[in-house]
Design a protein around this ligand. Sequence first.
Ligand code: HEM
Length: 175
Amino acid sequence: MGIINNLLLQFVEESRGPEGREAVLEGAGMPGKTFLSEQLYPEEDWQKLVGATVDYMDVDGETAQKAFARWCLPVLLKKFRPFFKSSRSAQQLMEKVPGIHRDFPSSAAEGFVDKISVVESSDAKLIYDYTSPNGLVVFLGELGTAVAEHYGQEVEVESREMGENHWQVEFKFVR
Ligand code: HEM
């Protein structure tokens, strides 16, 4: 959905100014384009924006994913407060993530409707199954870590590649 495209553009604009936003849109081959938060856009738009952001910021993909995840948390906290208020721990919030993404659906690349699902959530461990052509595993791990820190918790993250466009990401809550 346009939400994520706008978040990325807002992130670029806050770190590099309005010209950064324009440069990324241009780099993505869609100069001047605006996205409506509640509208679905092709997955390719998102992929082009991510690629153009990494190029423009001249950082590696992992660094970009981490920086974007860290930037996203306070914005999500503000914009989607009820999800966080109704969760008493990071694990509770993270259990809701598949449902949240179903309500704010995916760009729905063919075959990737539920990109994130919970494989296991036990005492102090949560495992996500993540299938996506976007492979934002580092983003997923870092956003989960930031969520944990928000709840005063600490996590260890481990990602496993399960196949093409398919990962499992395990969060161990150590505190
Ligand atoms: C709490 C409010 C949240 C909202 C409203 C939200 C919304 C969204 C939306 C609209 C997308 C774009 C999906 C698409 O168009 O394909 C997205 C992507 C994503 N979100 Fe969230 N999200 C939230 C929290 C989280 C959290 C806490 C995590 C991780 C623990 C997370 C992980 C991801 C990942 C990994 C993607 C990229 C999916 C892909 O394209 O591969 N999100 N989110």
